[in-house]
Design a protein around this ligand. Structure first.
Ligand SMILES: Cc1cc2nc3c(=O)[nH]c(=O)nc-3n(C[C@H](O)[C@H](O)[C@H](O)COP(=O)(O)OP(=O)(O)OC[C@H]3O[C@@H](n4cnc5c(N)ncnc54)[C@H](O)[C@@H]3O)c2cc1C
Length: 463
């Protein structure tokens, strides 16, 4: 006899599995449906974690080739064991997904293995067996957006999933799409020796990123040998024995040309993945991009059915999904869960890293806000110099009248870690002066954050 639960969550990615754990902590009887052979969703299996494993490994390779000698560390001939690098990545993924399984057991979350379908409010069918629950949570995540005329076979024309699995370093990798996923994977294969060309429809990389940071980022990637073809659209792909020939033309229209690649990575974005859930049959409303429409409490238009993570509106980021998972679990348990969408950091894990939070300068200008800017370069930071990683800067934007921090944009070493300090400041409604007057350990990269905060008031000390 199938069990009855307080909550059944469909999808065990960072949104779903975190929601399950938090709901169980709050005393609810929870099941999580997952069709993949392992828990953890896109993030742990084919997203954040494997990409960061390869980014780290390829960084070490790059350091050994280009940076260690400057530190007086001579390693002789450096060679690549790609099979070992890929095996290590698989070990990292395996340990992480097992970790989630352990957490499910520890918190008494039932894993319903198989594909879930919502038969009606309160009823989830898993591979044909009906399970009932007071609340259903859709946490089915997202999938790569296909590009018409460029058919993915995950061997020669790959999505990020195939792009993480290559067993040979491509001679020429063409990345279609200048978003963070394409740039991270492009960086991995560039460091390992591939020629990399990024083709982007827009006139800039990572749309939405602060323009000044974006332009600096483009220059730095260019210096690393990544070629950019901006304002260019891909119109077709032909596979042949040697690889793939792409046809491209200017985004605004004009003469077509071809680019030969041995691997093409399609990374033009991701879309909500809700098909096969039966949402149309039960009348759950979707928006024009196929995302589940929810209110501020993650409730859909059908009572008892909720949705979180990549399947709903907002940045497609693991930590955004996790925060929503926690907030929804707390709401379902009668508490007041809440996510502050104004303080969600976004990080590109290239080297240097790029991290941002809050509003960009362009957004502030567009809404006519009056603001001060404080900037501090890593060239003037003692720790960055000691590390030999001085590219980039910290930029803090603060309200002209109140000095409240409105946004921060960092390009430089460990930017993704540095941004956490600003996230906490913004959560507490801090002013730039609050950050500036906080004692920062010396010598740390975080001192560049303090100095940028001082610079907001025109009183940086070390420049
Ligand atoms: C290459 C890559 C790198 C990334 N790097 C980062 C990063 O560094 N930082 C970051 O924040 N984000 C990153 N992301 C994005 C991040 O992975 C997603 O934002 C995050 O996984 C979304 O979580 P989710 O829980 O909403 O969905 P997902 O993680 O997509 O999980 C959804 C789960 O639902 C399951 N499912 C779907 N339908 C059903 C069904 N009917 N029945 C049962 N199970 C079902 C799927 O199998 C999947 O396991 C990356 C993504 C990619 C592709």
């Amino acid at each position: 006899m199938p069990e009855t639960f307080d909550v059944i969550i469909i999808g065990a990615g960072p949104g779903g599995y975190v929601c399950a754990i938090r709901a169980a902590q709050l005393g609810l009887k929870v099941a999580c449906v997952e069709k993949r052979a392992t828990l953890g969703g896109t993030c742990l299996n084919v997203g954040c974690i494997p990409s960061k494993a390869l980014l780290n490994s390829s960084e070490h390779f790059d350091e050994a080739n280009h940076k260690l000698a400057d530190h007086g560390v001579i390693v002789g001939q450096v060679s690549l064991d790609l099979a070992r690098m890929q095996a290590r990545k698989a070990e990292v993924v395996a340990a992480n997904v097992k970790g989630v399984e352990f957490l499910f057991k520890k918190n008494k979350v039932t894993w319903l293995k198989g594909a879930g379908r919502i038969a009606a409010a309160g009823v989830v069918e898993v591979d044909g067996t009906a399970h009932t629950a007071k609340h259903i949570v859709i946490a089915t995540g997202s999938e790569s957006i296909p590009l018409p005329g460029v058919e993915v076979d995950e061997t020669r024309i790959v999505t990020s999933t195939g792009g993480l699995e290559l067993s040979v370093v491509p001679k020429h990798l063409v990345v279609i799409g200048g978003g963070y996923i394409g740039l991270e994977l492009g960086s991995v294969w560039r460091r390992l020796g591939a020629e990399v060309t990024v083709v982007e429809f827009l006139d800039r990389l990572v749309p939405g990123m602060d323009m000044e940071v974006g332009k600096t980022f483009e220059r730095m990637l260019g210096k690393q040998g990544i070629k950019m073809k901006l304002k260019t659209k891909v119109t077709g792909a032909k596979m042949h024995a040697q690889g793939v020939t792409l046809t491209v033309e200017p985004a605004a229209g004009g003469a077509a040309e071809t680019i030969d690649a041995d691997i093409v990575l399609v990374a033009i974005g991701r879309r909500a993945h809700t098909e096969a859930l039966g949402l149309a049959d039960i009348g759950v409303a979707l928006d024009e991009r196929g995302r589940v429409i929810t209110d501020a409490h993650y409730a859909t238009n059908i009572p008892g059915i909720h949705a979180i993570g990549d399947a709903i509106v907002g940045p497609m980021l693991a930590h955004k999904a996790e925060e929503e998972g926690v907030a929804l679990a707390e709401i379902l348990a009668g508490q007041h869960g809440h996510v502050n969408y104004g303080a969600i950091p976004g990080v590109v894990y290239t080297w240097p890293e790029v991290a941002s939070i809050g509003e960009t300068e362009e957004q502030l200008k567009a809404r006519g806000a009056l603001y001060n800017v404080g900037k501090f370069p890593f060239t003037a930071n003692g720790r960055a110099r000691a590390m030999g990683d001085m590219d980039g800067f910290v930029k803090i934007l603060a309200d002209k009248t109140t000095d409240r921090v409105l946004g921060a944009h960092i390009i430089g070493p460990d930017a993704g870690t540095l941004i956490a300090e600003i996230a906490i400041a913004m959560e507490f409604g801090a002013s730039a002066e609050d950050i500036a007057r906080t004692c920062h350990a010396h010598p740390t990269l975080n001192e560049a954050v303090k100095e940028a905060a001082l610079a907001v008031g025109g009183r940086a000390l070390h420049i």
